[in-house]
Design a protein around this ligand. Structure first.
Ligand code: S3P
Length: 167
């Protein structure tokens, strides 16, 4: 069970990095949120209808199934490791990598692409910023338990083939 598990706040680039990394490692890529969606439908209406706790229960079930299957690069949801039993399981299932994106780089991404996230839905301007900051404050100590931290303050991108392997 040697998975590579990407964690970090919403819009930290877990899916982008995971999709680029998986073929290089010869592993398949799994986006946990997409597996959850295949089960319950789009996340926003599901969380609005059933609540966050119901979402966390499905998430924990799906996580267990995915971790029990073949090794893969897995992009977790931003809140997946905030459930202690999820993080415990992840820490023994392979390598947990935290994409640490500081607020100044995170906020523009969230403003651009975070609108459909159930935990941020309907928030704008200062209210959005305050919500992000308070979730980040709650979570930072949890993310910091990862095996590896990658400070990622620019947008992830795949380098052209000729640049790979330098430095
Ligand atoms: C969540 C992050 C989302 C998704 C759900 C809850 C969170 O995933 O799992 O909306 O609690 O931070 P992304 O981190 O991929 O946006």
């Amino acid at each position: 069970m040697n998975h590579v598990m990407l964690i970090g706040f919403m819009c930290s680039g877990k899916s982008t990095v995971g999709r680029a990394l998986a073929p290089l490692l010869g592993l398949s890529f799994i986006d946990l949120d997409r597996v959850i969606e295949a089960r319950v439908g789009p996340l926003l209406p599901f969380v609005q209808r059933e609540g966050e706790e119901a979402f966390r229960m499905v998430e924990a079930d799906v996580l267990r199934e995915v971790l029990a299957a073949s090794p893969a690069v897995i992009a977790m949801g931003g809140g997946t490791p905030t459930v202690a039993s999820n993080l415990d399981l992840m820490m023994t299932a392979g390598t947990v990598v935290w994409l640490d994106v500081p607020m100044h780089a995170l906020m523009p991404r969230i403003e651009r692409a975070g609108g459909d996230r159930p935990l941020l839905f309907g928030l704008k301007g200062d209210a959005l910023r305050e919500r992000v900051q308070s979730l980040l404050n709650e979570r930072i100590g949890i993310y910091a338990k990862a095996h590896v931290r990658i400070l990622s303050d620019a947008n992830p991108m795949k380098l052209p083939r000729s640049d790979r392997g330098r430095g």
